[in-house]
Design a protein around this ligand. Sequence first.
Ligand SMILES: [Zn+2]
Length: 89
Amino acid sequence: MPARQKYRLRARSDREIIREVEPGVTYVDAETGEEFQVVGALLPLAPSPSNLPYSVENLRLCGCSLEQLVQNDLNDCTHCGRRLPAVER
Ligand SMILES: [Zn+2]
């Protein structure tokens, strides 16, 4: 399953949500009607146990020019599609 990057979105009143975003989609605060702006991408160090596969010890560089971190257990880079070498254990 491909890793989905999560982003921090903030409204003018400083209300924040964290979610995946789709390009070209406008996200609106359901309570205030304010538009959310993306203010940053979340680091792959989320404290939730369900996100532990993204902790730093489970990631490696894919080796392509994009220099992106990918999960150790993936066979192909999620950024460039390059086949990843076998993990040395
Ligand atoms: Zn790559």
